[in-house]
Design a protein around this ligand. Structure first.
Ligand code: NAG
Ligand code: NAG
Ligand code: NAG
Ligand code: NAG
Ligand code: NAG
Ligand code: NAG
Ligand code: NAG
Length: 418
């Protein structure tokens, strides 16, 4: 009996030491990397990476591990890395190669372009040794193919019934968005039938094993709005960690349905991103009311605004410097991301003034910057230092909800209670 209790205790300590809940993520700040683009191995040719070419540049889990100082010195307490599952490796597609990691083949295998199982464990261990959390991007909505009649034997799910039948997505119809195939006829993304019970049980046991094997602390979920909402509580429940989903689009009434016990812990704050662009980007309407309005709507409509992911850039959006000519406008928007309700997320390269447009130009290699200590890097460090202090040293800052005190046509003042 005593032996049994000891084992039970050891197991529960193990779980609580690694898997992190929504509450534990609330006070974190996240640095997002594209694994292929963050850092090169020693001796690699640093001149051979043109984002326009849509191919692998050579970043790995090991090179992230070897270059964590740059992230931790800026005050980040978590990293988000590209999907880790095996990707398409066939002939170059109409949209290049699977360097970004989102073109899933067999989810149960690791992507050997990024390293071995031991490399991923070593990255996870090193992240934890530094007191940081590891967030892994996962794609469950779809797999990838170069044909409308894919060879299912190459995927984790091998039965026809485990996929929805092909139809092009009609973006005005939610059922179609969820059941039809994303992509196009050159690179179709066969839609996994997440209403099928064998898929639900396959995915739930897969994610539980993945999280436990690599001590993953949180999941970023690709294309979350393209999956039936009731799939998520089962999936994230099995994972046992914080889940933040991608629900692309400005519509807050729609987006807010994806946060809560019936859906996900959190989503990426796309509606607020739109408002931040309206308020701060130059040229632009410079409309402060768009922000005050969105703050009020977020408080009214989201279950828990403090858990939402605040961002200004990501792998699907143009860089801030591509849409706004003034770096001060970036700094203003960054203050909001870090100091308002929500979890700040910075996409690698924002601190280096990268200015690429949308995919693939927003996936620049980081190494040509030489990881310089730029003014934006220093500003980001200051914001993280302040936020980490408030998180750690005050009773209420993290849990208190922001209150707008006053707005003018070019300013906004808000408070959070300490
Ligand atoms: C672009 O990528 C293709 C496929 O990997 C390669 O054959 C080609 O040489 C690359 N072009 C340049 C300019 O790097
Ligand atoms: C919406 O899309 C679904 C799936 O393709 C289809 O069965 C349904 O008829 C569509 N509804 C409307 C109103 O077009
Ligand atoms: C500014 O935003 C508010 C709130 O979203 C909106 O009602 C208004 O039309 C916008 N004004 C301009 C000039 O875009
Ligand atoms: C925006 O990105 C495109 C493609 O990368 C580039 O050609 C353009 O110069 C960029 N614009 C600015 C303002 O940096
Ligand atoms: C960056 O530069 C600032 C100002 O000189 C300095 O305080 C800071 O320590 C530097 N950070 C790093 C990581 O070198
Ligand atoms: C917060 O405090 C804990 C415990 O004192 C410490 O381990 C951790 O490094 C601190 N975190 C930050 C972000 O300052
Ligand atoms: C913040 O609120 C959550 C529940 O919403 C609670 O679990 C947590 O203990 C609170 N933290 C503080 C510091 O009050």
């Amino acid at each position: 009996m005593i032996a049994f209790l000891n084992i039970f205790l050891a197991l529960s300590l193990f779980r609580s030491a690694f898997a992190a809940t929504a509450e534990q993520w609330r006070g974190r700040s996240i640095y997002q990397v594209i694994t292929d683009r963050y850092a090169l191995p020693q001796g690699a040719d640093a001149t051979k990476c043109d984002p326009a070419n849509q191919t692998w540049c050579g970043g790995t889990w090991n090179t992230i591990r070897e270059n964590l100082d740059y992230i931790q010195n800026a005050g980040f307490t978590a990293i988000w890395i590209s999907p880790v599952s095996q990707n398409y490796e066939g002939p170059r597609s109409a949209y290049g190669d699977a360097y970004h990691g989102y073109w899933i083949a067999d989810a149960t295998q690791l992507n050997d372009r990024f390293g071995t199982a031991d490399d991923l464990k070593a990255l996870s261990d090193e992240v934890h040794r530094r007191g940081m959390y590891l967030m892994v991007d996962v794609v469950v909505n779809n797999v990838m193919s170069t044909s409308l009649t894919p060879d299912l034997s190459t995927f984790m799910f091998k039965e026809q019934s485990q996929y929805h039948t092909y139809c092009p997505v009609d973006y005005s119809n939610l059922t179609s968005e969820q059941n039809c195939w994303l992509g196009d006829d050159k690179v179709p993304l066969p839609d996994v039938n997440t209403q099928d019970s064998t898929v639900v049980s396959g995915y739930t046991s897969w994610i539980k094993t993945l999280v436990e094997t690599y001590n993953i602390d949180g999941l970023r979920i690709d294309a979350a709005k393209h999956v039936n909402v009731d799939f998520w509580p089962q999936f994230c429940g099995a994972a046992g960690v914080f889940c933040i989903g991608e629900v692309f689009g400005d519509d807050i009434d729609f987006a807010s349905q994806y946060q809560g016990p019936q859906a996900l812990d959190s989503i990426l704050q796309y509606p607020m991103y739109g408002a931040l662009v309206d308020a701060f980007a130059i040229p632009g309407p410079q409309n402060m009311s768009a922000m005050t309005d969105m703050i009020a709507q977020s408080k009214a409509k989201f279950k828990d605004p403090g858990l939402l992911g605040n961002f200004l850039e990501n792998q699907d959006l143009p860089r801030w410097a591509n849409i706004s000519v003034d770096v001060q406008s970036l700094w203003n928007a960054m203050v909001f991301s870090f100091m308002s309700d929500g979890i700040p997320i910075v996409y690698y390269g924002q601190e280096q003034g990268f200015a690429g447009n949308a995919d693939p130009f927003n996936r620049e290699p980081l190494w040509p910057s030489q990881y310089a200590n730029t003014s934006t890097y220093q500003f980001m460090t200051t914001l993280n230092t302040l936020r980490n202090f408030l998180v750690n040293s005050t009773d209420n800052w993290l849990n208190s909800s922001m209150e707008v005190l006053t707005t003018t046509s070019n300013g906004l003042l808000f408070s959070k209670v300490l």
